[in-house]
Unconditional design. Structure first.
Length: 300
C-alpha cells in the first residue's frame, strides 16, 4: 500500500502541471516559476537567427563527423558535397590530420562534437531534486548566457495543431508542451507517443533523406542537444537558469541536416513550418549545474 501511494504521488508530481484546478490554486504562490508572455512576438530571449545559426553549426559538425555514412545523401547533392568536402579538409587541417581520405578521419562521439563546437556538453542524470527523477546537467564546459543549451526533447516529439487528436497520447503523459499559439508538442519517448512519432518519421522519409531524427528511441541519440524534456521545473530553492523559446524551422533549412531535428508534424493537411522548442540559458551556467526551466506559461 505504501509503495502504491508513493507511485501515485510521483505520478501526480509529474502530471499536476497540466491539471487546471491545481494551476489556478498555485499560480499566486509560484510567481517566481511563471513564464510571462505579454505578446507572442515578445517571447524571444534571443533572435531566431541566432537559434538557426546554432542549430546549423551543430548539425553541420555532426554531419561532417559522420561523413563516411552520408554517401547516399551526398550522391544526390553534388554541390553540397563539394561544400562539405571543403569543410572537412579545413577541419582535417586544423586537427593536423595529414590524410586526405575522409574515411580515415577521427570520429568523435556526439557529445564530443557538441563540446568541440559549442564548448559544453549536456546529458541526463538523476536530478538533484528529491523525487524529481531524471534531470539534465552541464557535464562539461561552460554555457554563456543567451546560448541554446538544449532542444525539446533528447528524445523527439510529434507536433500537433489545435484541431488534431492527442487525447489518448496525453493520458498519463507529462511531456506535452503547449506553445503560445496552441500547438502541442509531445516529447514522450514511450508507449503510443513513441509509435506515433516513429510512424510519422518513416512516412516522411524521402529516399535516403530523413526528415527527422529517430535516434532518440535508442540509448545513443545522434543529436546531443535533444534532452530538453527532462529539464525539471524550477522552484524557490532552484531558480530557473534556462527558458523555453519556440522556433519555426525555415523552409531553407538544409535538407541533409533535417536528420538531426527531433520533431515531426502529425499531418500535412496545412502547410506550415516545423515547430521546434529550444531552451536558452538565462545566465552563465557552469559545469556540474543542473538545468531548471519554467513550466508555467501565462499569456496576457
Amino acid at each position: 500500500a505504501a509503495a502504491m501511494l508513493r507511485e501515485l504521488w510521483r505520478r501526480w508530481g509529474s502530471y499536476k502541471y497540466r491539471f487546471v484546478p491545481w494551476l489556478a490554486l498555485n499560480l499566486r504562490r509560484q510567481r517566481r516559476t511563471l513564464r510571462y508572455v505579454p505578446e507572442s512576438s515578445q517571447d524571444k530571449i534571443i533572435a531566431d537567427e541566432d537559434v538557426f545559426e546554432t542549430l546549423l553549426k551543430t548539425f553541420k559538425a555532426l554531419f561532417i563527423n559522420n561523413f563516411s555514412r552520408q554517401a547516399d545523401i551526398l550522391a544526390l547533392l553534388p554541390e553540397v558535397k563539394c561544400q562539405y568536402l571543403e569543410l572537412l579538409a579545413l577541419e582535417q587541417k586544423q586537427s593536423k590530420v595529414n590524410s586526405c581520405n575522409h574515411q580515415s578521419q577521427q570520429v568523435f562521439s556526439p557529445e564530443e562534437v557538441l563540446f568541440n563546437t559549442l564548448g559544453f556538453t549536456v546529458s541526463r542524470d538523476r536530478s538533484s531534486l528529491v523525487s524529481a527523477g531524471t534531470g539534465v546537467f552541464v557535464t562539461k564546459g561552460f554555457v554563456p548566457e543567451g546560448t541554446v543549451v538544449s532542444m525539446y526533447p533528447d528524445n523527439g516529439c510529434t507536433v500537433y495543431r489545435k484541431h488534431e487528436p492527442i487525447f489518448f497520447q496525453s493520458l498519463g503523459n507529462p511531456f506535452i508542451f503547449r506553445c503560445i499559439d496552441g500547438v502541442l508538442i509531445d516529447g514522450n519517448d514511450k508507449g503510443l507517443s513513441r509509435s506515433v512519432y516513429r510512424s510519422c518519421s518513416r512516412r516522411d522519409q524521402i529516399g535516403p533523406f530523413q526528415m527527422s531524427d529517430e535516434s532518440w528511441l535508442t540509448a545513443t541519440p545522434q543529436n546531443p542537444l535533444a534532452v530538453g524534456q527532462y529539464v525539471n521545473n524550477c522552484s524557490h530553492e532552484k531558480a530557473a537558469n534556462v527558458c523555453y523559446q519556440e522556433f519555426d524551422v525555415p523552409g531553407h533549412f538544409p535538407v541533409e541536416l533535417k536528420q538531426y531535428l527531433p520533431n515531426i508534424v502529425y499531418s500535412h493537411d496545412i502547410e506550415s513550418h516545423l515547430r521546434c522548442v529550444v531552451l536558452v540559458a538565462l545566465r552563465d551556467i557552469k559545469q556540474g549545474e543542473e538545468l531548471f526551466s519554467n513550466y508555467y506559461t501565462v499569456v496576457s
